[in-house]
Design a protein around this ligand. Structure first.
Ligand SMILES: [Zn+2]
Length: 200
């Protein structure tokens, strides 16, 4: 492959990834880190994407502060279960150990594409999931730093789950917690039922 062909191919990959992240309502700074496109180029891509049709117009640009509180992932058993599912996917594809998760300078196209793969898999597995792209991004960074959260094995069932590293007890996975919380199980089942039957 000639040098000019290679550059063209990389530019195309950058644009494809940026559009993929725009569809997930990623912030400009997150897109910039993975694609190295300028903010101006990302804004132009966003505008061209939104003008493409009604489905694209539903996408909103994120403004304000990025997610910062790890307690968001542990606030109840259902939220904890979602975060644990996503964390299991991150671990399965090696994202938590990836240098890009710790070092912003190492976040290239491949890292961004792999993250999108994991996030889209989470969305297909949990269609009523509440975690946004930016919350998922923050979860990965928190797991990679290991300061507040880490992926651990449940002492009761052995399943992987997100553990609060500041907690004095080893904790249990959200599924084991829900077994002893019938209200939590009922709430989860009701969510599933409503999703299966949109008339209800
Ligand atoms: Zn368990």
């Amino acid at each position: 492959m000639r040098v000019t062909d290679h550059r063209y191919s990389r530019d195309l990959e950058r644009h494809h990834l940026a559009l993929r992240m725009i569809r997930h309502e990623a912030r400009t700074c997150t897109i910039r880190l993975c694609t190295t496109l300028t903010d101006d180029r990302i804004r132009k891509l966003y505008r061209s994407y939104v003008s493409a049709g009604p489905a694209a117009q539903a996408v909103r640009r994120k403004r304000g502060k990025s997610p910062r509180r790890t307690a968001y992932f542990l606030r109840n058993a259902s939220a904890h279960l979602e975060a644990s599912l996503l964390a299991g996917l991150f671990a399965a594809v090696g994202l938590i150990e990836d240098e890009g998760a710790r070092n912003p300078a190492q976040r290239g196209i491949e890292f961004g594409a792999l993250f999108c793969d994991a996030f889209e898999t989470y969305q297909s597995l949990w269609r009523s999931g509440h975690l946004s792209f930016e919350h998922a991004w923050f979860l990965l960074m928190a797991l990679a730093s290991g300061e507040d959260l880490q992926v651990d094995g449940c002492p009761e069932c052995g399943g992987a789950f997100v553990r609060d590293t500041l907690s004095l007890s080893p904790g249990r996975c959200p599924l084991c917690r829900m077994k002893t919380d019938t209200r939590g199980v009922r709430r989860l089942l009701a969510e599933r039922r409503n999703l299966a039957d949109p008339r209800s």
